[in-house]
Ligand binder design. Structure first.
Ligand SMILES: Cc1ncc(COP(=O)(O)O)c(C=O)c1O
Length: 388
């Protein structure tokens, strides 16, 4: 049999989906794969019904249905102040997952280096390798998951083609400050690199932290490629609607990559999602408040477990230090917690380049009642003497 491509040997199948399978097997509460529990807003479901009856069943324009891109440009303007041309600054993709692949294939030549902060969302390394580039890593160190500016400068000294910034960050919950983004942008400018940002959690940020869109910072628009999606903001991960946002010269190339990768995102879903993009500001406030409550409920429950963590500033994940449980690895600890305590997470090592085995990542995109139950189960760690 012929041998499969060597570029696939640089990464493994998603650990997250494997943990979801283990959760199902043991009837554990699945805090591994992070998708919102419950239905999307009723208005979106109704819009989907209407769209299904409308003339939206054939290919939409490859880089996005005009009505969707126009609504998207208005929504982006509302939150960032950017004046985007829906024809020249946007490509609609199948989720932010495709957007990141398009961004990297648009930015990189084979052999180029790409800076990835560690811990990282697992797609970044796979996507970098798939686009022929080579990831180089800069650690974000606990407890606050800040980078060391010296280490960042040293990484830029290797003349990377791009840096990927996940803001807010999955898995560590870091929200990059305006100052940090300006520092990263300044280095990107000095070394003529792209800043590729993943902003899928832009509306899930906990006060006093605020989300800053890199593209809206002075002087950074022309080198920033923003990847984003509607998945988390409207609780529609299954609709697979995302987008790449960048300067016209970049988008002209990105359109080609997207066209040959997927042709386009689903036409009826783009039509229906216009309704979401037109939701008033109060919708987004409600979303932030709901996730703030979920975070508080989960962290309160977690408090009774005797374990420690860094409170997330944004997104819906928390990295919990499970080293007091005394397992040889985080993989063993995670599997044991899934089996014996009934709460599934993801072994932290799958997000790190460094040999880091202290953490399990739990997500809290669940109903408050589910999170209370997870907290009760985790409190057994202390009650039963596994953690002192
Ligand atoms: C940081 C980050 N980026 C991208 C994605 C994928 O989003 P989408 O559903 O838009 O493909 C996720 C999903 O978990 C994520 O956590």
């Amino acid at each position: 049999m012929p041998v499969t491509a060597s570029r696939l040997h640089g990464f493994t199948e998603s650990v997250i989906r494997g943990m979801s399978r283990l959760a199902n097997q043991h009837g554990a509460i699945n805090l591994a794969q992070g998708f919102p529990e419950g239905n999307p807003p009723e208005a979106l479901v109704e819009a989907l019904e209407r769209a299904a009856r409308g003339p939206h069943h054939q290919y939409a324009m490859t880089w996005g249905a005009p009505r969707f891109r126009q609504a998207l440009a208005r929504k982006i303007n509302r939150f960032t102040g950017l004046e985007l041309d829906p024809d020249q600054n946007l490509v609609v993709t199948c989720g932010s997952t495709e957007a990141m692949m398009v961004a990297l294939m648009t930015a990189c030549n084979p052999g180029d280096r790409v800076i990835v902060f560690s811990p990282f969302y697992e797609n970044y390394v796979a996507d970098t390798i798939l686009s022929g580039a080579i990831p180089i890593f800069v650690p974000l160190r606990a407890p606050d998951f800040c980078y060391d500016p010296e280490e960042l400068r040293a990484a830029f000294a290797q003349n990377p083609k791009a840096i990927i910034v996940c803001n807010p960050s999955n898995p560590c919950g870091k929200v990059f400050s305006r100052e940090e983004l300006l520092e990263i942008g300044g280095l990107a400018e000095k070394h003529d690199a792209f800043v590729i940002t993943d902003e899928v959690y832009e509306h899930i940020v906990f006060a006093p932290h605020v989300h800053t869109s890199t593209a809206a910072l002075l002087g950074l628009f022309d080198r920033t490629i923003t990847c984003n999606s509607l998945s988390k903001t409207y609780s529609i991960t299954g609709w697979r609607l995302g987008f790449v946002q960048a300067a016209p010269a970049i988008i002209a190339q990105a359109k080609k990559v997207h066209d040959f990768l997927t042709v386009g995102a689903a036409a009826p879903l783009q039509e229906a999602a216009v309704t979401g993009l037109e939701f008033p500001d109060s919708y987004y406030e409600g979303l932030t408040n709901a996730y703030t409550r979920r975070r508080d409920v989960f962290l309160e429950g977690l408090g009774a477990s005797g374990l420690t963590w860094t409170a997330p500033q944004g997104a819906y994940f928390v990295m919990v230090d499970v080293s007091p449980l005394g397992f040889a690895s985080d993989v063993e600890a995670t599997e044991w917690i899934t089996r014996e305590i009934g709460v599934a997470g993801v072994p932290g090592s799958s997000f790190f380049r460094e040999p880091e085995t202290r953490y399990v990542r739990f997500h809290f995109a669940k109903e408050e009642a589910t999170l209370r139950l997870a907290g009760e189960r985790l409190s057994l760690l202390k009650k039963n003497g596994y953690v002192r």
